[in-house]
Design a protein around this ligand. Sequence first.
Ligand code: NAP
Ligand code: MG
Length: 401
Amino acid sequence: MAKIQVKTPIVEMDGDEMTRIIWAMIKEKLILPFLEVDLKYYDLSVQKRDETDDKITFESANAIKQYGVGVKCATITPDAERIAEYKLKKAWPSPNGTIRSVLDGTVFRKPILVKNISPAVRNWKKPIMIGRHAYGDLYRSVEMVVDKPGKVEFVYTPEGGPESRLLVHQFKGPGVVMGIHNLEKSIRSFAKSCINYALGENVDVWFSMKDTISKKYHAYFKDIFAKEVAARQADFDKAGIKYRYLLIDDAAAQVMKHEGNILWALSNYDGDVFSDVVAAGFGSLGMMTSVLVSPDGKYEYEAAHGTVRRHYYEHLKGNPTSTNSVASIFAWTGGIKKRGELDGTPDVTRFGENIEKAVIGCIEAGIVTKDLVPLMDPKPANFQTTEGFIDAVAARFKSII
Ligand code: NAP
Ligand code: MG
């Protein structure tokens, strides 16, 4: 069979531990035998990042800017333990954080649903997608422990003055303070990316903050979002989709009763928390995909989970593993389908769709990795190894093309 030609390069970012092992298997067994593709390869393993003083991460992000589509394997974000484990020069920042800030992107998560796994939340019938704002708030905060009575103030010194002050608190004893910020430009990009994503997926958009309490900070987000939606109202009407603003606590309750097919746009912290709630509610992290979308239409696809460290240590001991590769496979197919769409090459898009069909087909036929077994109805008699599952997908793919 002739290989399918991919017109424009795809940026490939390799990663760490168990996901690196899976990544290589997917590439070797599911992608390269069928696609003629120019992969711009960047090794984002923690060792390579250390060796290049993290320059490789910036280079890979710039390559996505250039080519428009990237696929990424999970990577280690080093902490003190990892510095010792991998003898690193320092705790390099999260590669995902770096790529997000270079692309000014928003992260969208979407679960993969199959017939024989029911979500823990019974009402969820269709995907609940999460759009998480990726700049500022808690993640760029400054903090201070106050150990004696005293006054804490905000001081704003505009260029050219005059200075203004706001009392945070008059401390009578010890306590703690935090200052957070956000940027008009970043919030606007976030709103734009969410609107584009929802129009692409043809789903309603929910956005939630707590503007009843935070009448300036949270209301600022709400106003920008509402203005960006108003500017695209004609597109919303054409697509038949709606925008709803809800208070965050109301949204959290309503989402439990909703059947799905919505994009829930959330601020940075809320998105951090609720993306894991939604992942757990749908069943397994191994079935959650993630895509970073920049406001100017650059895409980076990955699995939502990490490097599955515990399984990697088993693998290193020579023990068989049963790690779910579904979200990593969908990272590849997500990138390939988008490449086909942007290049106007339907055979490339169809290839990605057929690999996804083969994955779903395997799971629905009871061919799964160990993590899915407890979630399934009916329960399969056995489970596959990491490699066995990928081989089964390859065999099924060959039988459907
Ligand atoms: P993790 O890789 O998400 O795995 C946590 C646990 O969840 C696993 O031990 C496993 O549970 C289960 N799990 C996750 N993905 C699975 C899969 N595909 N198949 C089967 N089970 C799966 O988190 P971690 O092990 O705590 O973190 C490892 C490293 O990942 C950290 O260094 C962190 O920095 C990094 N990380 C990277 C990203 C990213 O690159 N996007 C995201 C998150 C974390 P059992 O052990 O019970 O089988
Ligand atoms: Mg988190």
